[in-house]
Design a binder for this molecule. Structure first.
Ligand code: ADP
Length: 250
């Protein structure tokens, strides 16, 4: 599934909390290399969906296929992370006392394939990967700066970089621009657009201008009451009467 096909297929997922269905027969698929935006009002089930994908929450019914054949609902959180699903929560978690460079280096070395090199010098290929990631996350000039001194937005970029160092097969981002300045939001959009096609991404976001910036010609999925209410281009879902009602009728 490295070039074509479906990276994630959620099939009829239902999650109940004391009889309340946070997800209600949710069915959704994401292609390899796709950048899928997920929107929907508060309580729509967006967080619960990501909890199911990462194994934090087990559905009452339904299955979640990763790379076509692997059913995630039978795996533990650790096993799922090991399969290459990276998740970024809203709050950035970086090693504040370590430099930007060291944060990327540490993230790369938690990848078990590089573990034997944990106490050795970095090879040229590894240095290249770090340099490329520094460019991508716009922190090349701050490589030696302790992460604790970065702005909120810069910490968010660093955390995205750290996830990328682990070469995830699917990246889940929860409101990546929450709390960012307008300029940081704009640059985050550029960054995510650079990832399109090279990585498979699911981005949950409230900021509609930002969704419009990163959705491009791609699909946007609108969740409501635990199911998919609408799916299509940003223009199509924005003019869908059902979507308008859900957003305005509250
Ligand atoms: P979103 O992320 O779209 O705002 P959530 O997935 O957080 O939505 O929540 C979906 C619904 O499920 C909400 O009504 C929420 O109150 C409920 N819910 C989520 N987690 C729990 C839980 N652990 N126990 C009870 N209800 C929950």
């Amino acid at each position: 599934d490295t070039v074509h096909g479906v990276i994630l297929y959620l099939e009829d997922i239902t999650v109940s909390f004391d009889g309340f269905k946070a997800l209600n027969n949710l069915t959704l698929d994401i292609d390899v290399g796709e950048l899928r935006c997920i929107i929907g009002p508060n309580g729509a089930g967006k967080t619960t969906m990501m909890d199911v994908i990462t194994g934090k929450t087990r559905p009452a019914s339904g299955r979640a296929f990763f790379g076509q054949t692997m059913d995630l609902t039978s795996l533990s959180e650790a096993q799922i992370a090991h399969q290459g699903i990276g998740r970024k929560f809203q709050r950035p978690t970086v090693f504040e006392n370590h430099s930007v460079f060291e944060n990327l280096e540490l993230a790369m070395k938690t990848d078990k394939r590089v573990l034997p090199t944990l106490f050795s010098r970095l090879g040229g290929e590894q240095l290249d990967r770090i340099a490329q990631t520094l460019d991508l996350i716009r922190l090349g000039a701050l490589a030696g700066t302790p992460a604790g001194l970065l702005s909120h937005g810069q910490k968010q970029w660093l955390e995205i970089g750290m996830l990328l160092m682990q070469e995830p097969r699917l990246l889940l981002l929860d409101e990546p621009v929450a709390g960012m300045t307008d300029a940081e939001t704009e640059r985050t959009g550029e960054l995510l657009n650079e990832l399109r096609g090279k990585h498979s991404l699911m981005v949950v976001e409230h900021d509609m201008d930002f969704v419009a910036q990163i959705a491009g010609q791609g699909k946007v999925t609108v969740l409501h009451e635990g199911s998919v209410l609408a799916e299509g281009s940003m223009a199509a879902v924005q003019s869908d009467p059902r979507v308008i009602e859900v957003y305005l009728g509250r």
